[in-house]
Design a protein around this ligand. Structure first.
Ligand code: ADP
Length: 496
């Protein structure tokens, strides 16, 4: 393959695609032409010029290099001048003018031939660079005439599309390779070309005969040809490798986020047990009360019914708690919907309430982002909030329990819903502050250092920002801001 590529490149550089047999034929042809011209040379003074013509002819078909032609041209001029001197031509004015004329003609022909050879060599070099660049960057080029529905493409494009290099390019051929689901995308591109749009960009997939999928990125701009027709010139890139890498990265990030979420749930085990225990205890006491009301000589059915309703309500609460925990523990693809930020925060607080009590922390909650809807994956946002709260709780472990206040606030600012988690811990030194969101950065003995980095990627995935502010000795604040969805986007839900 490499050999073939090199061979093709050198052929391009020499300008001719000749096989050994063809090479011999060209030589024979050249010799036949040469002998034909020689046999027509009327006088021996024609010989130098004739020789030069032959050499130029052979140069045009790339059998002689530029330097060889210059040497032959100088040689011919030298021969002409020597003949002139040898034959005493300087005695005749006619001979002298004839010599000068012949030299001038030889020089002009040589100059013009060399110039055109240089231009064609330059063009060939450029073509070689272009072919090489296309191969290296997996980019091919194509031309398209919308009015004629005529398409042409480079050899690299044929390779990307996996057609034989000599296959005649056509729109149906291109469509036959396009993934059926992406056909409308490509057809929309053709329609844009028919409207003479200035930039056409299409990202679509190819479906290969063996079932492989390739991802293409194609863009084209129009050139106005001499006859007032639009011809599009475009580039075609095979972006399969980068798309696969992106998808693998996304999968790895989702898995990592899931692992850290489950880890945080482990840290919240006591809180969760308490959350589930509370309604169970309520069910227990209401059940006993119900039994007492029914065991009376005169059963009090009204009270018994009320006790039963409390049991049902507590059972519902318990199942709601387990539903939320299961949602956090489950690994599923992110699903963004319009959600109220305040609702998400309130639900999360339910999960960490016991954790706060356990750390003897007084919560101060101010949820002022009334009705602010954000496009969010509920579970992922809960994961971020839990992480910030657990960090804040751990940061306050070292201070006096009376000073342990955790402030959680939400508000709306400049079309963004903002959440702030502030603790009264020791604060964060400026050198640590700079590294907080770096993966695996931790100052804790058993820390993993992934929490904040995952929180930031989750918030960025939600098109938001996450940052921290702190002054040593005055606690720290972690804030995130998410864009607010417009009201008429209520039904928006996107699977990503
Ligand atoms: P981990 O908790 O496993 O260390 P994180 O990414 O959640 O990983 O946190 C990284 C580091 O950021 C912590 O080790 C800690 O030094 C610092 N940090 C995070 N939150 C706070 C906070 N509220 N106060 C002080 N330092 C914090």
């Amino acid at each position: 393959m490499l050999y073939k590529t090199g061979q093709r490149t050198s052929r391009l550089l020499t300008g001719i695609n000749l096989k050994p047999l063809e090479h011999t034929l060209v030589w024979l042809l050249g010799l036949m032409v040469a002998s034909g011209i020689l046999s027509n040379a009327e006088t021996r003074t024609d010989l130098p010029a004739t020789t030069l013509y032959i050499v130029l002819l052979l140069m045009v078909i790339n059998l002689f290099s530029i330097s060889a032609v210059i040497i032959v041209a100088l040689f011919c001029m030298g021969v002409l001048t020597s003949m002139y001197l040898y034959q005493g031509g300087f005695h005749s004015w006619d001979w002298t003018t004839q010599l000068l004329h012949s030299l001038a003609v030889l020089a002009a022909i040589t100059f013009l031939a060399l110039r055109s050879k240089q231009v064609s060599d330059n063009l060939r070099h450029k073509e070689v660079y272009m072919v090489g660049a296309q191969r290296l960057t997996q980019t091919a080029c194509f031309g398209f005439r919308a009015d004629l529905g005529r398409i042409s493409w480079s050899e690299q494009a044929a390779q990307i599309l996996e057609f034989p290099v000599d296959a005649r390019p056509s729109v149906p051929l291109l469509l036959s390779r396009t993934h059926p689901d992406d056909l409308p995308l490509l057809l929309a591109g053709f329609e844009k070309a028919a409207r003479h749009e200035t930039l056409i960009e299409v990202k679509h997939r190819l479906l290969m005969p063996d079932g492989r999928i390739k991802h293409l990125h194609l863009f084209a701009t129009p050139l106005l040809t001499r006859h007032g027709c639009f011809e599009y010139l475009g580039a075609l890139m095979d972006v399969t490798a980068s798309r696969q890498a992106e998808e693998a990265l996304c999968r790895a990030q989702t898995q990592l986020a899931h692992v850290t979420r489950v880890t945080s749930l482990g840290e919240l085990a006591a809180s969760i047990a308490h959350e589930v225990n509370q309604p169970l205890a309520a069910i227990n006491s209401s059940g006993e009360a119900c039994r007492n009301w029914l065991s009376r000589p005169q059963p009090d059915l009204v009270e018994a019914r009320l006790a039963l309703e409390r049991i049902i309500a507590s059972a519902n609460r318990a199942s709601e708690v387990t539903r939320r925990i299961r949602a956090l523990a489950r690994q599923c693809d992110p699903l963004r919907r319009n959600e109220s930020l305040n609702d998400i925060v309130s639900e999360t607080l339910g999960l960490v309430r016991y954790e706060l009590a356990h750390h003897k922390i007084t919560p101060q909650i101010e949820l002022a982002a009334f009705g602010a809807q954000v496009s969010a994956d509920r579970v992922q946002l809960q994961q971020v909030i839990i992480n910030l709260i657990i960090n804040a709780c751990q940061a306050m472990d070292a201070i006096d329990p009376n000073d342990r206040v955790l402030c959680i606030r939400t508000w709306v600012r400049d079309n963004e819903a903002v959440l702030e988690v502030t603790d009264q811990g020791p604060g964060i030194a400026s050198d640590v502050l700079a590294q907080l969101f770096t993966p695996f950065f931790t100052t804790k003995e058993n820390g993993l250092g992934m929490g904040l980095s995952i929180c930031r990627s989750i918030i960025e995935f939600h098109e938001g920002r996450l940052w921290a502010t702190s002054a040593a000795g005055q606690g720290s604040s972690f804030l995130f801001a998410l864009p607010i969805r417009v009201a008429n986007d209520a039904g928006y839900a996107a699977a990503i």
